[in-house]
Design a protein around this ligand. Sequence first.
Ligand code: HSE
Length: 293
Amino acid sequence: MVTVRAPATSANLGSGFDVFGVALEHPADVVQVEKAPETTIDVTGAGSQYIPEDPEKNTVGAVARALEAPAHISIDKGIRPSSGLGSSAASAAGAAVALNELYDRGYSPKELVPIAAKGEAVVSGTPHADNVAPAILGGFTIATDQGFTQIEADISLVVCLPDLVVSTRKARSVLPSQAPLDDVVDTVGRATTLTAGMCRSDPVLVGNGLDDRIVTPVRAELIDGYDSVRNAALEAGAHGVTISGAGPGILGVCPPEDQRSVANAMIDAFDDNGVMARAFQTGIGNGAELCSW
Ligand code: HSE
């Protein structure tokens, strides 16, 4: 039996739609695998009642098929589905790392990323790797068709999770198919600034790079209270705020000493809009890790 802890992740980071992602120190899923003649799945924990246990419909079933590694797979969800925190990606990443170990497949972490991304396609319809890359590699990751780049960075974060559900499919359905050139130019500037900020562990540069004019504005309309939560976080000391992944979670970058006030400001602003919320004071963490063998 193999057990793996796989972290929550925050994808996009505003200007890096479908490309950027960070592993979060917490929360996390725990995935346990045991060899079996055919794949079976059981799911417990946060939001487990909404997650299918049918291997054809669950993200980890696709991973087991891709690795030709049938197993009984138990998932203890620490990450609620449809939160914007890479819930399905954490399970897929955890299963990929665990089954690779269980069956001694010998894939490197970077080789496991596209395998875990096949699990993402089951949930979102497209096999983007911006959540599974940091869930496996840890740190800040850049996922492109040319491969995966990982950068270690030390940045304090707050993630505020409202009691709302936004599915990735819905959040992708509202996206524009084209963007004006000046918005693209602005996005390139933001994305490169953010990357430089990650290389220097500079929260001001990273916060500046979180803004974008193409994806976030249309998705913000799916999150009750988004603008007031963003403004409240900025007033409380955040260097930048954006939607985490497809939402409805909201990500803030801030100095470590302001994490608590930013978290409280975001919760209070959601409350003012009639939405219950909780917040995680976290940072950029490690990728999926073996817990036992
Ligand atoms: N890049 C993805 C999106 C992340 O924003 O749709 C969520 O799967």
